[in-house]
Each structure stands twice: as structure tokens, then as C-alpha cells.
Ligand binder design. Structure first.
Ligand code: UGA
Length: 431
């Protein structure tokens, strides 16, 4: 099968490289020539574990990148993996998707064979049918459901483990409203995975598929916020929230995953998707109280971390180390990282900030050029009056000597990676 993928961000590049690995011929389309050149030279344009080896094997060969949308006409199926940023009110901005749909429509206008367009990006329910399909129809002069198909196939990839998540998914959600040709083509695309792992393929409507993606992320984000709320109560009473989480996680109605309390969630997905679905609900006259509370709890966590630091150090004029800048380990992505409000809060307190992250420092330097960046965690801690742990990089778990070398060690741990004086939702060791 010949697959095209429009958009070479973290989702687009990952699925393109993985489709090639499944044996498909793949064409990636992106407007950015540097990204296109990188892929054709066998280099992944983004930092994602496991991606480099795949792009180096397939890039420029079984996986070819181009800036030319016309290449889509020679493929059997096109995945739209373009960004859906948010407006100021939280609602999603589909303008990039709309422009992409228009270009895809134009590219297939003269194609005689059936073509399938698959919406991979996260869009609010109704977008595919009400917005993208009419654009595809008018740009191609064709009729959806007859000359070409439109399906929704959300992704559940996590940054940092996107390749593994793609290769061994929990489920594949396919929204076609029962369109047999669309289903058959998607079945062919995913056949190698389904056969190998016996993955459940969940067939549903397009709107349902769109909503499943939001519900999945809303649920996970709320689960973390709920354990953070419980963790905050635990902290008030000297209860270890991690022991509580471990025990409740044994109840398989709750489950052990996504129960790590701490400084909260960040990234490009949970904040954007919760905001979008909240706004979409409000547009329909419904106030989604649980989701609003999940966001509110999350927004408060960084300040709680700093309040704990305040209990031990007056940060004004003091050197404070920020350990971890990426929104989670395994990525250099700092979008909505909890390190951002933490750094802002420390600046308001007048602290002299020295930050360290194994991969995300240069990204953060673009956002906060005025603070100091250390080459190692040890260098960041050297001479610091206090430290906060914001990202759970494994290497922070082995810093005992470096912490002990601090004059009066105060370490506030936002991720329970170290057993130190203050954990945001647990009591640390005092020494
Ligand atoms: C999330 C979802 O997990 C993916 O299924 C989804 O495909 C993706 O969004 C998306 O919509 O594209 P991602 O944002 O890459 O993936 O990262 P997660 O591993 O879900 O972590 C999100 C945040 O929650 C991180 O800041 C992490 O530190 C935090 N988190 C996670 C906790 O604070 N506690 C936990 O127990 C788990």
C-alpha cells in the first residue's frame, strides 16, 4: 500500500516512519524544506526515542518526503497529521487543517481511483464532517463517500514512547460511519499490527472517533489531577500519597497507571485538549465542572511546589536550581512544561535561577534567555541554596552525594524521584 502523511511533526514523522516499517511505501508532505531534507537524508527532524533508526533506514528510500502536495495523487490513502493549535479562549484553531484539506482536495482532483483521506489530528467532534469534508469536496470537485472516503483515526501516542506506542497499540479507533471501502483500506494499512498483536480495532462513527480522543486525554489528565488533589490532602496530614496511590491502583477499576502525583501535567496535548473540549462544551451551553476542576488543580501545583520551598528558603537573591525543564522525561519538548510556571514563580521571588535538563536546556533558553543553564545536575546544585525537581529524569534519582554537598540542602521534589526534605505530595527525609 502507498501511504501519504501530511505534516511531519512528532505524530506525522512517527507514523510515517512506522508505516514504512510495516512494509508500506510512504510519502511525507510538509511545507518546511529543512524537515523534508532531513527525512530524505535519513535524519529524524524531531527528538523521539526509536525514530532515528527508522528514519535512517527508510528516509529517502521507502519513506520519501516532499513539499509537493501533488505527490498525494499517487498514493492510496492520506493521513492528515497537521497541528491544531488553540485560540485564546481555548477553542481549537483548525485553519492549518483546513488549508491542508484544501491542498489534499486539489491534489486528488484529477485522480480516477478511489482515495481515502484520514484525519489523524485531534479535532473536536463534527470537524471532519462539517468543516473538512466540504473543503475536500469543493477543492477536488468530487463527492465524499463516492469518489473518495473520509475517516477519523485518532492517535494515542505519547511523546517519548511514540514509536513503541504505535507499534504496540492498546486499540486502533477507526471512525468511518460504516463506510466499507474506507474500513477496508484502513484495515489493509494496519493489518501487520493487528495480526501481530491482536489489537482491538474499534469501529465507530466519525464524531465518536473524534470524541474518543478527547475523552481519553480528558480522563487521563483528570486522573492525574485527582491524584494530585488527594496528594495535596495527604501532604497536609503527613500521609504518603505514593503509598495511597499504590494501594488504590490495585483496584483494577482504578488501575495503577497515571497515579503519579506531583507538580502536574504539561505537554502539547493535555492542556490543549482539555481546554478545547471545555470550550466546545461551553459552546453547546454545557459547563463541564469536572474538567474545569482538573485544569484548576493542575494550574495550582507549581505554586504549591514553590510554597514548600518558601517554607525553608527565602529565595530572594538566593541561587535556586531547577532540575528538569522538559514537560516529561524522554523528550526535549517544553510546551506547557511545569518548569515554565516554576521559573516564573522563582523570578517573581527574586531568585537567581540555575537550570539543568539533559536535553531541553536549549529549548528553554529560547524562552528564558536570562537565566543560567548548567551542563550537569551536579553543576546546577553546586552552590545552590535550594533545588526543585520538576521532571522525573532517572538521573535525578542518583544525586545523593550532590544534594549532600549543598551547604544546607533543601530539595523540593515535584515528581518523587528523590527522597528529600520535601516532596510535593509526600514527606521527604530531613537531614
Ligand atoms: C498524552 C497521552 O498520554 C497520549 O495517549 C496522547 O496520544 C497524547 O497525549 C496526545 O494527545 O498526543 P503525552 O502528552 O505525550 O501523551 O504525555 P503523557 O505521558 O501522557 O504525560 C502528560 C503529562 O502528565 C506529563 O507532564 C507527565 O509528567 C504528567 N503525568 C503523567 C503525571 O504528572 N503523572 C502521571 O501519573 C502521569
Amino acid at each position: 500500500m502507498h501511504v501519504s502523511v501530511v505534516g511531519s511533526g512528532y505524530v506525522g514523522t512517527t507514523i510515517a516512519a512506522c508505516f514504512a516499517d510495516l512494509g508500506h511505501e510512504v510519502t511525507s508532505v510538509d511545507i518546511d524544506e529543512t524537515v523534508v531534507d532531513a527525512i530524505n537524508d535519513g535524519e529524524a527532524p524531531i527528538h523521539e526515542p526509536g525514530l532515528d533508526p527508522l528514519v535512517s533506514v527508510y528516509g529517502g528510500d521507502q519513506l520519501r518526503a516532499t513539499t509537493d502536495y501533488d505527490a498525494i495523487a499517487d498514493t492510496d490513502v492520506t493521513f492528515l497529521a497537521l497541528p491544531t493549535p488553540k485560540h485564546d479562549d481555548g477553542s481549537i484553531d483548525t485553519s492549518i487543517m483546513e488549508a491542508g484539506a484544501e491542498s489534499v482536495g486539489e491534489a486528488i482532483a484529477d485522480k480516477d481511483d478511489y482515495h481515502l483521506v484520514v484525519v489523524k489530528s485531534t479535532v473536536v467532534p463534527g470537524t471532519t464532517e462539517d468543516t473538512l469534508t466540504p473543503i475536500l469536496e469543493s477543492a477536488s470537485g468530487k463527492t465524499a463517500g463516492e469518489d473518495f472516503g473520509v475517516a477519523v483515526n485518532p492517535e494515542f501516542l505519547r511523546e517519548g514512547t511514540a514509536v513503541d506506542d504505535f507499534m504496540e497499540p492498546d486499540k486502533i479507533v477507526v471512525g468511518t460511519d460504516g463506510d466499507g471501502r474506507a474500513l477496508d483500506r484502513l484495515a489493509e494499512v494496519y493489518e501487520p499490527l493487528v495480526l501481530q498483536w491482536d489489537v482491538p480495532v474499534f469501529e465507530t462513527g466519525r464524531r465518536e472517533a473524534e470524541m474518543i480522543k478527547y475523552a481519553n486525554n480528558a480522563f487521563l489528565a483528570s486522573k492525574v489531577s485527582l491524584i494530585n488533589d488527594i496528594g495535596n490532602i495527604c501532604k497536609e496530614y503527613g500521609v504518603d500519597a505514593y503509598e495511597v496511590a499504590e494501594a488504590i491502583g490495585l483496584d483494577d477499576r482504578i488501575g495503577e497507571r497515571f497515579l503519579r502525583s506531583g507538580v502536574g501535567w504539561g505537554g502539547s496535548c493535555f492542556p490543549k485538549d482539555t481546554a478545547a473540549i471545555i470550550q466546545h462544551a461551553r459552546d453547546a451551553g454545557y459547563e463541564p465542572r469536572m474538567l474545569e476542576a482538573a485544569v484548576e488543580v493542575n494550574d495550582r501545583q507549581p505554586e504549591r511546589l514553590l510554597d514548600l520551598l518558601d517554607d525553608h528558603v527565602d529565595a530572594d537573591g538566593e541561587r535556586i536550581a531547577v532540575l528538569g525543564l522538559a514537560f516529561k522525561p524522554g523528550t526535549d519538548d517544553i510546551r506547557n512544561s511545569r518548569a515554565i510556571p516554576v521559573i516564573e514563580g522563582l523570578r517573581e521571588r527574586g531568585a537567581e535561577i540555575i537550570a539543568y535538563d539533559p536535553v531541553a536546556a536549549s529549548e528553554m533558553a529560547g524562552r528564558f534567555p536570562g537565566i543560567e543553564y548548567a551542563e550537569s545536575a551536579a553543576a546546577a546544585l553546586d552552590g545552590a541554596s535550594g533545588a526543585v525537581v520538576v521532571t522525573d529524569w532517572d538521573e535525578f534519582g542518583t544525586l545523593d552525594e550532590e544534594f549532600d554537598a549543598m551547604a544546607d540542602p533543601v530539595v523540593v521534589d515535584g515528581r518523587r524521584i528523590v527522597e528529600r526534605r520535601e516532596g510535593i505530595t509526600y514527606e521527604g527525609l530531613t537531614w
